[in-house]
Design a protein around this ligand. Structure first.
Ligand code: PMP
Length: 360
C-alpha cells in the first residue's frame, strides 16, 4: 500500500527510500550493533557517517574548498541572530531585502545587533513578487546583504541571484536548498533549517566562506561564534547526530537520482503542472507574479473560502495531507519539496479538478 502524499511546509515529507533505509538500519547500523541515535558522535562509526554526508553535500552543490559546511542546531531562526553577530563588524550595518514573512523575522532579529537598512521591500504588493535588481538600493558600507531566495509562506521565489558587488551575499535557503543547482561562490553564507529539503528538524546547515569566520561581536556566546564550529568540524558539542545521518541518506538519494540538475527538472515540471492547473481553473487562484512563483511552496485560494474545510477533509480522505495554508495567508498551500513525487502532484491536480467539478 502506498503512503499518502504529505504537502506539509515543514517538517515535510522525506523520500520513502530514505525512510525505508533508515528502518532497515534502525537496530543495527552496518553491523555495529547500534542504532545511529545510540552512537558516540566521536566514535569511528558516526565520524564516517558525518564525513560521508558532508562529502556528498559538497559534491551535490559543488561547494568550493574555501567554504566550511557546518552542521548546527537552533534552526534557521538562530541564524537570524548568529549572522549579524558574526558579520556586522565588517561594515556599517547590513542591507536586507524584505520579501515576505521570513525576511521580516530576519530583519527584526538583526536590528537587535545593529543598524539594518531595508534595501528593497515588496510589502506594498503583499509580497507577491520579487524585487528587480535595479530596485535594490544597496549601500557600499553595508557589512553584508541578506535575502530570502524562497519565501515559504507567500510562495515567492527570486528568479535570479542578486548582484551585490564585493559584499557578502547571505541567503536563507531553508525552503529552496537542493531544489536546483546554485553557484555557491556567488554567496558569502548560505543557511537552511533541514526540515524541508534536507532531512528532519533539529539540524541547521550553514555553508560559509572561510574569510567571514572569526570576527564576532564582543561577548558573542561560544556557541554563536562560527569559529567554534568551523574549528571543531561541528563537534564542539554534541551535534544532532540522527538528523545528520538522515540528511546523509537524503544526499545519497539525490546523488542516485542524478544530482541537482535532474532534481531541478523534476521540480520545474511539478510546479509548472500545478500552476497551470490553478491558472486554467477559474476556481483556484495564486496571487504571485508568474516570474516569481515558487517551485517549492504553492499557495492557492478557492473561489469560495466557505469550501476550504470541505476541501481539506476530502483531500485528506483522498490521501492528500496537510494542504491548509499558513494562517497569515489563508486558503491552501501545497509544499512540493524534492521528496514529493510527480505522482503526488498529479494526484493533487486530479483531486482539485474533481473538487471543482462537484462544487465549482
Ligand atoms: N526561514 C524560512 C525561509 C523558513 O521557511 C523557516 C521555517 N519555516 C525559517 C526560516 C525558520 O526556520 P526554523 O524553524 O528552522 O528556525
Amino acid at each position: 500500500m502506498s503512503r499518502p502524499f504529505n504537502f506539509s511546509a515543514g517538517p515535510a515529507m522525506l523520500p520513502e527510500l530514505v525512510l525505508r533505509r533508515a528502518m532497515d538500519e534502525m537496530l543495527d547500523w552496518h553491523g555495529s550493533g547500534m542504532c545511529v541515535a545510540e552512537m558516540s558522535h566521536r566514535g569511528k562509526e558516526f565520524m564516517s557517517i558525518a564525513e560521508r554526508a558532508e562529502a556528498d553535500l559538497r559534491d551535490l552543490l559543488a561547494i568550493p574548498a574555501n567554504y566550511k559546511v557546518l552542521f548546527l542546531q537552533g534552526g534557521a531562526s538562530s541564524q537570524f541572530a548568529m549572522i549579524p553577530m558574526n558579520l556586522l563588524g565588517r561594515g556599517n550595518g547590513a542591507d536586507y531585502l524584505n520579501t515576505g514573512s521570513w525576511s521580516k523575522k530576519a530583519i527584526a532579529e538583526a536590528k537587535r545587533f545593529g543598524p539594518v537598512h531595508v534595501a528593497a521591500t515588496t510589502e506594498a504588493s503583499r509580497f507577491t513578487r520579487a524585487p528587480a535588481q535595479d530596485e535594490l538600493a544597496l549601500r557600499d558600507e553595508a557589512a553584508y546583504v541578506h535575502y530570502t531566495p524562497n519565501e515559504t509562506i507567500e510562495g515567492v521565489e527570486f528568479p535570479y541571484v542578486p548582484e551585490v558587488g564585493d559584499k557578502p551575499l547571505v541567503a536563507d535557503m531553508s525552503s529552496t536548498i537542493l531544489s536546483r543547482p546554485i553557484e555557491v561562490a556567488r554567496f558569502g553564507l548560505i543557511y537552511a533549517g533541514a526540515q524541508k529539503n534536507i532531512g528532519p528538524a533539529g539540524l541547521t546547515i550553514v555553508i560559509v566562506r572561510e574569510d567571514l569566520i572569526g570576527s564576532p561581536i564582543a561577548g558573542a556566546p561560544t556557541m554563536f561564534d562560527y569559529r567554534t564550529h568551523a574549528d571543531n568540524d561541528s563537534m564542539y558539542n554534541t551535534p544532532p547526530t540522527y538528523a545528520w545521518y538522515l540528511a546523509g541518506l537524503v544526499f545519497a538519494w539525490l546523488k542516485d537520482l542524478g544530482g541537482l540538475q535532474a532534481m531541478a527538472e523534476i521540480n520545474e515540471r511539478k510546479a509548472a503542472a500545478l500552476y497551470a492547473a490553478i491558472d486554467e481553473s477559474g476556481f483556484y487562484a495564486n496571487p504571485v507574479d508568474p516570474s516569481a512563483r515558487s517551485w517549492m511552496n504553492v499557495p492557492f485560494t478557492l473561489a469560495d473560502p466557505d469550501l476550504d474545510a470541505t476541501f481539506l477533509t476530502e483531500a485528506k480522505a483522498a490521501g492528500l495531507l496537510t494542504l491548509k495554508g499558513h494562517r497569515s495567508v489563508g486558503g491552501m498551500r501545497a509544499s512540493i519539496y524534492n521528496a514529493m513525487p510527480e505522482e503526488g502532484v498529479r494526484a493533487l491536480i486530479t483531486f482539485m479538478q474533481d473538487f471543482e467539478r462537484r462544487y465549482g
